[in-house]
Ligand binder design. Structure first.
Ligand SMILES: Nc1nc2c(ncn2[C@@H]2O[C@H](COP(=O)(O)OP(=O)(O)O[C@H]3O[C@H](CO)[C@@H](O)[C@H](O)[C@@H]3O)[C@@H](O)[C@H]2O)c(=O)[nH]1
Ligand SMILES: [Mg+2]
Length: 191
């Protein structure tokens, strides 16, 4: 089964900071008659996320920051606990992951492991997020973290078991973060 797409119109609705487009397209499946669709597509670029973990201490390093999009949608104080992450801008994904780890958490990470690259909200958001894991040690802490410019990021170093409990009780409810924590669990590296 395959689809053939013919773009009829591609309108930019907003290009203020990121790009929101409205695309009209005809889609035909296996030579059948085409069906016209109109969809809004939000392009915020791609991103990278990295979970720092210590097998020795059985801990992970997470961030907590205000996320206005969650506040708009039911998160009363707007604060969200997340694995460190950032938009790629012009960087390669791994370079971005390392840079964000330093800026947001203060850790200069060594070896990193790429886990996968995932579309996080394919119904309307173009973004691919590149996922990484990295072991850290106290000796790699070179700064306080906290982010750049007006970012005001708290750094949380917590036991892995506590992080998993926070996933279960809803205190951690960010998709990329749950995915990375579960990767550690699947690998049995924190036992
Ligand atoms: N002026 C302005 N600044 C913005 C806007 N949106 C974001 N920014 C700024 O752009 C920077 C983005 O910070 P990053 O650390 O690079 O990205 P992020 O917001 O943490 O995004 C990461 O997590 C997202 C949520 O899971 C991911 O969607 C994204 O790919 C990335 O991994 C922040 O300083 C933020 O204030 C906007 O609409 N206007
Ligand atoms: Mg960030």
């Amino acid at each position: 089964m395959s689809f053939r797409i013919e773009v009829i119109k591609d309108n930019v609705l907003s290009d203020n900071y990121f790009i929101l487009r409205n695309i009209t397209y005809d889609l035909s499946r296996d030579g059948a008659e085409s069906v016209r669709h109109k969809r809004e597509v939000y392009d915020r670029g791609n991103g990278a996320t990295i979970l720092l973990y210590s097998r020795e201490k059985k801990t992970v390093v997470l961030t907590r920051q205000f996320r206005v999009a969650t506040w708009v949608n039911g998160n009363a104080d707007g604060m969200l606990i997340e694995a460190c992450a950032g938009l790629l801008d012009a960087d390669e994904p791994e370079v971005c992951a390392r840079k964000e780890a330093m800026e947001e958490t203060g850790f200069q990470v060594g070896e990193v492991e790429k886990v996968f690259e995932l579309y996080m909200s394919p119904g309307g958001v173009t973004e691919i997020v590149y996922f990484y894991l990295a072991e850290y040690s106290d000796a790699q802490r070179e700064g306080a973290g906290g982010g750049v410019e007006d970012e005001d990021i708290d750094v949380l170093e917590i036991p892995f078991s506590q992080a998993m409990a926070m996933v279960r009780n809803g205190e951690i409810r960010d998709g990329k973060t749950v995915i990375l924590l579960q990767q550690l669990q699947l690998r049995n590296v924190m036992e």
